[in-house]
Design a protein around this ligand. Structure first.
Ligand code: HEC
Length: 188
């Protein structure tokens, strides 16, 4: 009998570890994730546009270099989450994807190449926290720094980008390409 109880207890403990989000929780985290991603994109984009207006790529790249990660951190604190932008073709090594993010990106790229619709994902991550993922698509206004060198990116801009990011892989994108993903971890 004692052994039997032990088995039941261990089954309960094990199954609670591999718990997944309920349908309602998935909906809730998807809505919240979208809101946070949009607010962060707006914050980053708004400041970038100002810098581009002031001094073009020459001023905007140093700004991104110094501030993109700080602004993302500030938004993380505001929402009490952890916000990351990551990619399969990185510019900034500090945004490197982890294994789970890599899998998500690969999956989005596969769906994209098959012409399928890309939907946001909400699920528990390896550490058991609710996590939101969504693709970041390339818009026209991104081309000046992520498009084709010599076509969208001037040679001068390219040399500025390379001076900050000698290992840059984040050029050669076209409009509507997958530039990367939002990866947002909730603290509960
Ligand atoms: C003025 C140049 C500039 C423009 C315009 C620009 N970016 Fe970037 N982007 C950068 C720089 C510099 C970095 C590296 C700094 C960072 O974010 O950590 C970067 C990093 C990123 C990253 C993080 C992943 C990585 O490779 O490090 C994503 C995602 C991204 N950009 C998407 C976009 C999108 C989408 C747009 C358009 C809405 C855009 N960028 C417009 C310069 C630019």
């Amino acid at each position: 009998m004692y052994k039997f109880v032990l088995i039941i207890v261990s089954i309960t403990v094990l199954s609670s570890c591999s718990k997944s989000l309920s349908k309602k929780e998935v909906e809730q985290y998807t809505i919240q994730g979208k809101e946070i991603a949009q607010a962060t994109a707006k914050k980053l984009g708004g400041t970038l546009v100002e810098k581009m207006k002031d001094g073009g790529v020459k001023d905007a790249v140093p700004f991104c270099n110094a501030e993109a990660i700080n602004l993302t951190k500030e938004m993380s604190d505001n929402f009490n989450v952890s916000i990351k932008r990551t990619s399969h073709r990185l510019r900034n090594g500090e945004n490197k994807p982890n294994e789970e993010e890599n899998n998500i990106i690969n999956n989005y790229n596969k769906l994209f190449s098959e012409g399928k619709k890309l939907k946001p994902i909400a699920q528990l991550d390896q550490s058991g926290k609710p996590h939101f993922y969504a693709p970041i698509l390339l818009q026209k206004k991104c081309l000046a720094c992520h498009g084709e060198i010599g076509v969208d990116i001037t040679k001068k801009s390219d040399s500025i980008i390379r001076s900050y990011y000698p290992k840059d892989l984040a050029t050669g994108f076209k409009e509507d390409d997958i530039r990367g993903i939002w990866s947002i971890s909730f603290n509960e």
